[in-house]
Design a protein around this ligand. Structure first.
Ligand SMILES: NC(=O)c1ccc[n+]([C@@H]2O[C@H](COP(=O)([O-])OP(=O)(O)OC[C@H]3O[C@@H](n4cnc5c(N)ncnc54)[C@H](O)[C@@H]3O)[C@@H](O)[C@H]2O)c1
Length: 295
């Protein structure tokens, strides 16, 4: 766990987005004028489960590039710190905290620490999600509970602890990272993942309606086939090889390619921003059109 703010550093090209995937944005000078200047964004699952860019790591980095003070939370402390270091190298502001989002007391501690350090929370970004490739007969009860806890109860806990802070000021934006699997059954058997993500969508809608008149917005993004480190650790086992997985997943999108973490992060940032001031309760596919076709 670490705290304190950087005095400002020069930008590094080392962590740029890939060319053609939004890499043309210039960031170092954007901090002072960004869409989220002066805002506090707490990102749960702000690391990535392997080398490269996961959805939460990219979102945390983009919030910072747009001027937000970011609290990067991850169960893997080193992953949160890696995101923090990237943000600081770019001249942004970030606090890294280690916490398990399935623990109510750990989430409460994060919220307290964020508010102590930064005064408030404007944006709550729930990125944590895991899969277990088992159908209803194969899935152990422990696995079922772990996936529901991690993917759904986590959002209940973060909202439970963050909403009172947002309500004090009558403003706040919540972004939940769901999945296209919440509305579409694909070739993977992961029954607990389908159920948890579908629950997360309706949880998002209920929060949106219940708090709409009090200045809070809640939306979800539904990534389709996205090339993040997670697919190499949690999905590749379904295929003969990682290469076979990559080509099958590219082919599954009408665009003929997977999306990447930046595609998901940019959609989340829009929903969290004032540009989306009249948008709440939306479950937005970020999927290259996959939701429009069968499989
Ligand atoms: N990659 C895809 O194709 C895809 C598709 C649809 C939806 N999604 C969703 O996007 C989100 C992020 O996926 P990703 O591919 O970037 O994954 P990722 O594994 O790279 O990132 C998730 C991060 O969450 C952290 N985390 C896991 N359990 C945690 C816990 N209990 N408490 C705190 N942190 C925890 C991990 O350590 C990791 O750093 C997930 O919700 C996932 O379901 C991904």
């Amino acid at each position: 766990m670490s705290s304190g703010w950087p005095s400002g550093a020069t930008a590094s090209r080392e962590h740029s987005e890939p060319a053609g995937m939004g890499g043309g944005q210039t960031r170092p000078h954007a901090h002072a004028h960004g869409r989220f200047r002066g805002k506090v964004a707490v990102v749960f699952g702000a690391g990535s489960s392997g080398a490269g860019w996961g959805n939460g790591k990219a979102a945390a980095t983009l919030y910072a590039r747009e001027g937000a003070m970011v609290v990067a939370v991850d169960v893997q402390g080193a992953a949160a710190e890696e995101t923090r270091d990237i943000i600081r190298e770019e001249g942004g502001q970030c606090l890294a905290l280690q916490a398990d989002v399935t623990s109510s007391s750990a989430v409460a501690d994060v919220v307290r620490e964020a508010v102590d350090a930064l005064g408030t929370i404007d944006i709550l970004h729930n990125n944590v999600g895991i899969t277990d490739m088992a159908d209803v007969i194969e899935a152990g009860e422990d696995s079922w509970r772990r996936v529901i806890d991690t993917n759904l109860t986590s959002a209940f806990l973060t909202c439970k602890h963050v909403l009172p802070i947002m309500l004090e000021r009558g403003q706040g934006a919540i972004v939940n990272v769901s999945s296209l699997a919440s509305i579409q059954i694909n070739s993977y058997p992961y029954i607990s993942y389908y159920a948890a993500k579908a629950g997360l969508n309706h949880f998002t809608r209920a929060i949106a309606v219940q708090y709409a008149a009090r200045g809070i917005r809640a939306n979800a993004v539904l990534p389709g086939v996205i090339d993040t480190p997670l697919i190499r650790t949690q999905i590749a086992g379904r295929y003969e090889s990682t290469e076979a997985m990559l080509s099958a997943r590219h082919a599954a999108s009408p665009m003929g390619r997977m999306g990447d973490a930046w595609d998901v992060a940019r959609a989340a940032l829009f929903l969290a921003s004032d540009e989306a001031a009249y948008i709440t309760g939306v479950c937005l596919p970020v999927d290259g059109g996959k939701s429009c076709v069968g499989r």
